[in-house]
Design a protein around this ligand. Structure first.
Ligand code: 13P
Length: 251
């Protein structure tokens, strides 16, 4: 039985003060909800104030990225060891990192390896563009991203995978629950081929792309969808707990 994960990716939003206030709203909103792992991923400068705001709550913290390098002369980067003192999860290979910052499956696998070595739990993102979907190659493309993004990683027991179709991110054009289910199942099959039935049974597969409090229940009822990676709605202190509740109700 996989515990659903609902993670809020705040991206490059919130001031220090906003971040603390939003974290408090999330903690209040999910207080008493069992059966779901709630995660917030604030900008890295807000990891400390957010961890203070969440102290004593049942909300976990994630980072939005991590360096593949362990330490040293890498101006502007944050190492996995720095982050592991502050957070439990880390988003890796988000489509915005891939499309705007030149990251690929190879980078994603390197970062995932480094994050795991530091005891972080990676949320590895995959997902096809609209062109790939319209050409009918989405399943093969995403399976190949899973292979490449987990290359060289022996144990994925601490890894979650997020299916985030690029065309659904920030567009209001959410993937249908049928597409989310089909692609989550494709991801699970790719994990069977790379690892084992047991690994595939255990790996949480999240859906991300225009998830909100109104459509969350439709994803929560999809057999292979084990949670959500939420962008815009995660900045709303009422909507985000509503998404967590939708997954709790179907857990
Ligand atoms: P939206 O929920 O704003 O579409 O963003 C999804 C996302 O990119 C989460 O990582």
């Amino acid at each position: 039985m996989r515990t659903p994960i609902v993670a809020g990716n705040w991206k490059m939003n919130t001031t220090l003060a906003d971040a603390s206030a939003l974290a408090r709203a999330v903690a209040d909103g999910v207080n008493g909800i069992d059966g779901v792992t709630t995660v917030v991923c604030p900008p890295s400068v807000s990891l400390v104030p957010v961890s203070m705001a969440l102290s004593g709550s049942n909300v976990f913290i994630g980072a939005q990225d991590v360096s593949a390098e362990p330490q040293g002369a890498h101006t502007g980067e944050l190492s996995a060891d720095m982050l592991s003192g502050l957070c439990t999860y880390v988003i890796i290979g988000h489509s915005e990192r891939r499309s705007m910052y030149g990251e690929d499956d190879f980078t994603t696998a390197a970062k995932t390896t480094t994050a795991l070595a530091a005891g972080l739990r990676p949320i590895v993102c995959v997902g096809e563009s609209l062109d790939v979907r319209e050409s009918g190659d989405a399943n093969a493309f995403v399976a190949s991203q899973v292979n490449g993004s987990l290359a060289g990683i022996a144990d994925i027991s601490q890894v979650a995978i997020a299916y985030e179709p690029v065309w659904a991110i920030g567009t209001g054009r959410a993937a249908s629950p049928e597409i989310a289910q089909e692609m989550a199942s494709t991801i699970r099959s790719a994990v069977v081929s790379m690892y084992s039935d047991k690994a595939a049974d255990g790996v949480p597969v999240l859906y991300g792309g225009s998830v909100n409090a109104d459509n969350a229940a439709s994803y929560a009822s999809a057999a292979d969808v084990d949670g959500a990676l939420v962008g815009g709605a995660a900045l709303d202190g009422n909507a985000f707990p509503g998404i967590v509740k939708a997954f709790a109700a179907s857990a």
